[in-house]
Design a protein around this ligand. Structure first.
Ligand code: PMP
Length: 778
């Protein structure tokens, strides 16, 4: 009954039932007999339910409650019609941690015991090389299946040739990049889990290579399965050894002549030639290969059998199709898993990587590929990346990749030689900025940029005193921790040094002055006076003001109108300089303007850049005025070994090109505006959603336990981020109270992505954990 209810309304009812089975079995183990009975009982229960509803409708036509579950029960029954009862049984056994298919251990142990009677598989042998076709395979650059098929086919053959091999092997039990496209999306599953795990073994050889029967058997089927979902001409042999279990072997992508030679029922002897490897045409352009698969239960299928399985169904399908190397008999060491599991990586990190480096999400992700606004994990699950503003123009943008690759192949050296890329980039970058911001320094990170900015400010003013905003973060160096309240006021911090003073967060939602207050921008800015007084009292008169132009760690806070203008006025009045940290928010992200400081109508004296500037290539920049640059040129040379190298400049130029050519700034404005509107809808529907705010594609949703007290819902925000991750959407949390969901995706984020983000948020915000009202105890 519990399973029947859990299945209702689910696009993947078996998965829902399997989850119930797993949880139940963990506490109260099911017997093997109960597991056999479970699926028929579930179907019976659903049938009883629809029959009851029909009867009730006749007896009590006005009582709609009595038939409330009827449509869902019917829909579930209809979905289950296509589920093979034995497969359901295997899924439930897998959920209970048991060997799913009872025949599998019999088959594998018989094959292990009879290795010496198994004959060769191919008519022609030769050296072997194993190909990496995993999610992170370097053979595929575009995860859109089939991508550039001829190029892929060429690369496969080059790899085999370069390795001096005759046979290329594609592994069993390998989640593959080739199967992440729409063709492999399993029918109707809630999480869009594609079928990525290859449950056969591929042997890439010359087309026409003879295939021999490794064991005697009877032809079960010979059929052309086309290229649509299956493997072209396919033969399945049935093996029924006198002293062993029945099992099947499948041969796919065969030459067409097989369709006219052996008929179902024909007996084949070990070593008999049964088919040839088909050519490019039979394979729909894929490189010619034999797909070999073992099958322990044919599930009454007719002449075909899935060759790839969903990663979340791996246990059941690996039991249905055990490792075919039991009949191919290639050297095992060649076939070992080439990549480390997430668990293994995590264990190694614990030993060899500093423990203060954190890992995102309760269930850490092993990400092996990025493409546009998506990230892929090792199993081929695709995640909508709504938080990575470094991959500004999209993960692995081909234009940036090409620019870096081409320059890297030719020259990468330091800025002590003349190189046109450096000046071209400096010209292009400064052209995006208002006068007099015309002098560049190139570095390798946002931290290095801010570090240099502080040196410039000190050189220009002769003072160390600096005013920052509460909860600000500006980088990881010693000096930058000193100017980052986010760090020095947080865990492990020891407060600001005497030359740093902060002003309150100009937060219009929960700060001292709110949206309804008159002129909050100027009032927040007035706190600068206190900070400057405090610095003066410490003997460190203010020389600079450093702030982001939209606050990120502060909780995605849009500065109130007039705020920066007034702060700048006050700082400049005492001879200080103003530094705009655009590391998070620059390069068109805010939509209406290219630089976020422009939304405040100010011109800083120094601008720092990082993160998006190279789309992930380590690059940072400081741009300032000729006056400040001249003040800094006091005789001491400035040099950064890697800063401004030709490869970094190529990356930076490519990013500027893409932003312009793809119209990403306007796109950010358009998509960001409708996203913010949709998030506003969540604020009206969900009491916990207190405030939606942002500019362009730099957006936040603040969660509160109580709309009046605005008590921060920090645990709930963490819960929501983790549940979003489980549902395939990546966001993170931030803000001094850790209760703001942070949204800052690559700028190629589409309206459909915004819809998905908001829909998923809507669902997660409706979950019991978030809905429970902690303050009133309802
Ligand atoms: N400034 C801001 C606003 C940042 O968010 C960061 C990084 N999160 C930095 C500076 C430092 O940049 P990096 O990590 O590249 O050193």
């Amino acid at each position: 009954i519990a399973c029947a209810y859990a299945m209702q309304g689910k696009t993947d009812p078996l998965a829902a039932a399997a989850a119930v089975v797993a949880g139940y079995h963990a506490v109260h183990p099911l017997t093997e007999a109960e597991l056999v009975a479970l699926f028929p009982l579930i179907c019976t229960r659903l049938s009883v339910s629809v029959v009851n509803s029909a009867l009730q409708r006749v007896s009590f036509p006005d009582e709609s409650y009595l038939t409330i579950s009827e449509p869902d029960a019917w829909a579930t029954l209809e979905r289950l019609e296509t589920a093979h009862p034995r497969l359901a049984h295997y899924e439930f056994r897998a959920a209970a941690g048991l060997e799913p298919c009872l025949n599998a251990p019999l088959v594998t142990s018989w094959l292990r015991a009879h290795q010496d009677v198994i004959g060769p598989l191919l008519g022609a042998g030769g050296p072997i090389t194993v190909l990496d076709l995993s999610l992170g395979s370097p053979l595929v650059e575009t995860p859109v299946e089939p991508g550039d098929l001829p190029a892929f086919t060429r690369k496969v053959f080059e790899r085999i040739r370069d390795a001096g091999a005759k046979i290329g092997v594609g592994r069993y039990d390998e989640p593959r990049i080739l199967y992440t496209g729409p063709r492999f999306q399993a029918d109707g599953n809630d999480r869009d889990v594609p079928r990525t795990v290859h449950i056969g073994l591929d042997l890439f050889v010359e087309p026409g290579t003879q295939i021999l029967a490794p064991l005697a058997g009877v032809v079960e089927s010979v059929r052309d399965n086309g290229m649509d979902l299956d493997y072209g001409p396919t033969m399945i042999l049935r093996h029924e050894p006198a002293d062993g279990p029945v099992f099947y072997s499948l041969y796919g992508h065969l030459g067409r002549e097989v369709l006219g030679t052996l008929r179902p029922g024909a007996r084949v002897e070990r070593g008999q030639s049964i088919a040839t490897v088909g050519d490019l045409d039979v394979n729909g352009g894929w490189p010619p290969h034999l797909h070999l698969q073992l099958i322990t239960d044919l599930l009454d299928r007719d002449g075909e059998f899935p060759g790839v399985a969903r990663s979340d169904r791996r246990a059941a399908w690996k039991s249905l199709s055990p490792d075919p190397n039991l009949i191919a008999r290639l050297p095992e060491h060649l076939l070992a898993r080439p990549h480390r599991s997430g668990r293994d990586i995590l264990a190694s990190r614990r030993g060899h990587v500093g423990p203060s480096l954190s890992v995102s999400y309760r269930r850490p992700l092993t990400i092996v590929r990025g493409w546009k606004q998506f990230l892929y994990d090792e199993d081929g699950l695709r995640y909508l990346d709504a938080v990575n503003n470094v991959a500004h123009v999209g993960h692995s943008h081909p234009r940036v990749v090409r620019a870096v690759r081409e320059q890297m192949a030719v020259l990468n050296t330091n800025t002590r030689y003349l190189h046109e890329r450096l000046v071209e980039y400096a010209e292009r970058l400064t052209a995006t900025l208002p006068a007099p911001l015309s002098v560049c320094y190139f570095v390798n990170s946002g931290s290095e940029a801010n570090e240099l900015a502080i040196r410039l400010a000190r050189a220009a003013t002769g003072r160390r005193g600096i005013v920052v905003i509460d909860a600000g973060y500006h980088g990881n160096t010693t000096t930058l921790v000193d100017v980052s309240p986010y760090k020095h006021d947080g865990p492990g911090g020891s407060g600001p040094p005497p030359w740093v003073r902060k002003i309150p967060l100009p937060d219009l939602y929960r700060g001292r002055f709110r949206r309804e207050d008159p002129d909050p921008g100027r009032r927040y800015a007035a706190f600068v006076a206190d900070a400057m007084d405090a610095l003066g009292a410490n003997g460190e008169p203010a020389g600079a003001f450093l702030a982001e132009s939209v606050l990120s760690c502060g909780g995605q806070i849009v500065l109130p109108d007039g705020f920066l203008a007034e702060v700048y006025r006050r700082i400049r009045a005492v001879g200080g300089v103003c530094i705009a940290d655009e590391v998070q928010v620059g390069f068109g992200r805010v939509g209406t303007t290219f630089w976020a400081f422009e939304t405040q109508g100010v011109v800083p004296d120094i601008v720092t850049m990082g993160k998006p500037i190279g789309n992930g290539h380590p690059l940072g920049a400081v741009v300032t005025t000729p006056d400040i640059a001249n003040a800094f040129a006091n005789g001491m040379e400035y040099f950064s070994t890697f800063g401004g190298n030709p490869v970094a400049c190529a990356a930076g130029l490519a990013v500027l090109d893409v932003i312009a050519e793809e119209g990403l700034q306007t796109h950010a404005a358009r998509v960001g505006e409708s996203l913010l509107q949709e998030l506003g809808g969540l604020v009206t529907r969900h009491p916990i959603a207190g405030d939606a705010r942002g500019l362009g594609l730099f957006v936040g949703l603040e969660l509160v336990r109580d709309r009046d007290t605005r008590e921060p819902a920090d645990a709930e925000a963490t819960y929501v981020a983790n549940r979003m991750r489980d549902r395939g959407v990546l966001v993170s949390t931030d803000g001094p109270d850790h209760n703001v969901l942070k949204i800052k995706p690559p700028l190629c984020f589409e309206p459909a992505d915004a819809d998905r983000l908001v829909e998923t948020l809507d669902q997660v915000l409706s979950e019991d954990y978030v809905r429970s009202d902690r303050t009133t105890g309802d």
